[in-house]
Ligand binder design. Sequence first.
Ligand code: GLA
Length: 373
Amino acid sequence: MLAQTPPMGWNTWNTFGSNINEKIVLENVDAFVRLGLPDAGYRYIVIDDCWSCHERDPQTGKIVPDPVKFPHGMKYVSDYVHDKGLKFGMYSCAGVRTCAGYPGSFDHEFLDAETFAEYGCDLLKYDSCFRPTSSNGPLLYRRMGMALKACGREILYSACNCGRDEIPQWARSAGVHMYRTTHDIHDYYEFIKRIAQSQMDHLAESAPGCFNDLDMLTVGMFSSGPSDLAAAEYRLEFALWCMFSSPLMLGCDVRKISPEMLALVTNKNLLRIGQDPEARPPMVACTAPGDQKYAMLKHLSGGELALGFFNMEDQPSGVHALLEDFGISASSGLALSLTDAFTGEPAGTFRDYIYHTVPAHDCRVFLAKIVKA
Ligand code: GLA
């Protein structure tokens, strides 16, 4: 079964954009394996936009891989990925062109799905630029959903229409396994914050089989150079994506990931929260109306809970969790016993309320158990 938990992997777009080629992909695959990312649950190697020639083959009508970027074709890359025990993902678009201007799958859905199946594709990211104005968005996604069903290969369907056409209403019925509801992420804190805040009203939309995708992670990219602040922002990003049960698609250059960032994206406790099979949304409480400090409590399977303190403000701030807000009343006589998700260390037992001073753009995250006070 596909997407029983939020899909995990790596995607070329955030770091490489149109500058992709076989060498970059295979080297990232090698680094991926060497660093143990598959053991942590990362599976999909996804080639995003700009992999093909600008025109289809005039004889067959098929999309053709760019012979300079991918001299051995896509099956070669796919075989390489499969030989490492990983899954191979590709990209197309519901419009006549992809977002970067390459051939889109509009009116070629069934042929293209067959072509992707011939490549040995296991995931299709399906974008929505350049759709004819007269076209019907949900129908275009249904069409590719059917084309993937009919292509003879099980392919995870990753829709990317930035939340248009009320996609949460129909994604699941169209066979979609994950879908974007936001515009693109970029490697700046403002994007992490904006995307996370825009999802507060959409948290209930993710469930096993079909997940709301907050976009590829920027964790570890350090586009503006390494800094403690950027490291804090990536902690916040990764922990939120886990709290929200988002797919976890790395977007950094895996060959260059720092030990600290590798430890973050392979942190067992955070992944336990992000990959919980029940995929419940967290309960969210704001410290005060209008502020940007959030306490979140998420039910996990097996009697555990996850508790997060997120400070999205630009200065260190106190963030509190009132246990009442999450259903633990004072009269219950119960408390929460915490384990720090980052260090694995016991972090105390608390009744009524928990308070942390959290650095700017950072978070504290705990696994929690309900105990008698
Ligand atoms: C859109 C998507 C991005 C990426 C680009 C490629 O902007 O949202 O994730 O796939 O297209 O052109």
